[in-house]
Design a protein around this ligand. Structure first.
Ligand code: PAF
Length: 290
């Protein structure tokens, strides 16, 4: 496994990679969710190569967010990458990714302004800018992203199409711990008591999804009720049923007429103590109203 810390090292290593090159962009602090991304990348690469980037991107953190305390565990990340058969790790410093002030950035469009975009102004502009830059530097044939960040996945897909980047974007399902909590590097911030509170997110999604045959309003109500039952220890930022293709909230509509064959993403964000968590589940409304 080659580890490149600079653009020059990356360019040299990139020349040696066999096609197809599959990229897994990460911010490090790897957990089993990332392992699932790496395994999918290995499958997709077949006889080709797997590249992984590790970069905590300052551009996607707001001024009051956790950039300073975001876990940085490069030695452990490299051990995991090696064990998962990664061929190349690109772990640049901020000065390599942003040698000058990034004056030109990617506008994430209308879907970038809802849900996470509404609560974290500038977040998706930062995400898409770094992803585009990583795509230009690594030049992958395929890139793998987790469903856990469903809005990010939808926006990366759309950017790839709108800019005709010619890169296949491959989604990987959410990986959950035994208690249902979706794996996230930010789970490290949770105390034992907060961890129990955090299980409300996945329970709320299951409660919501179980109401699919009764329609979107019932799904949202069941999800909200479960989050409310967690009490003051959990502060909900949003509960939305959304079609990321159109950016439409499904809240006041029935399922017919939505792109995605009657499926919508039930997305939740909540704060547990100082930790902000997101989770989602795809809800299918095919049987609604029958
Ligand atoms: O999902 C992440 O870890 C980050 O948003 C990404 C895609 C690596 C961009 O910094």
């Amino acid at each position: 496994m080659i580890v490149a810390h600079t653009r020059a090292e990356l360019a040299e290593a990139r020349r040696k990679l066999t096609a197809p090159v599959v990229l897994v962009p990460t911010m490090g602090a790897l957990h089993d969710g990332h392992r699932a991304l790496l395994r999918r990348a290995r499958e997709l690469a077949d006889g080709g190569s797997v590249a992984m980037s590790v970069f905590v991107n300052p551009l996607q953190f707001g001024p009051n967010e956790d950039l300073g305390k975001y876990p940085r565990t490069l030695p452990e990340d490299l051990t995991i990458a090696d064990a998962e058969g990664v061929d190349l790790v690109f772990a640049p410093g901020v000065e390599d990714m942003y040698p000058r002030e990034q004056l030109i950035t990617v506008d994430p469009g209308p879907v970038g302004g809802i849900l996470e975009g509404a609560h974290r102004p500038g977040h998706f502009q930062g995400v898409l800018t770094v992803v585009l830059k990583l795509f230009m530097l690594v030049r992958p044939d395929i890139a793998v992203f987790g469903q856990k960040d469903a809005q990010q996945l939808a926006l990366v897909r759309r950017m790839t199409e709108d800019f005709a980047l010619g890169i296949r974007i491959e989604p990987v399902p959410i990986v959950r711990a035994a208690d249902g909590v979706a794996l996230s590097s930010r789970n490290k911030y949770l105390s034992d008591t907060e961890r129990i509170v955090a299980t409300a997110l996945s329970r709320a999604l299951s409660a919501g999804a179980a109401e699919a045959s009764r329609g979107p309003a019932a799904v949202l109500a069941a999800c909200e009720e479960t989050l409310d039952a967690a009490g003051n220890a959990l502060v909900t930022d949003y509960v939305e049923l959304v079609d990321f293709e159109s950016g439409l909230s499904v809240r006041d509509k029935d399922c017919e007429g939505f792109s995605g064959a009657g499926a919508a993403t039930l997305a939740v964000a909540a704060r547990v103590g100082a930790t902000r968590l997101i989770d989602n589940a795809v809800v299918r409304f095919d049987a609604a109203g029958d």
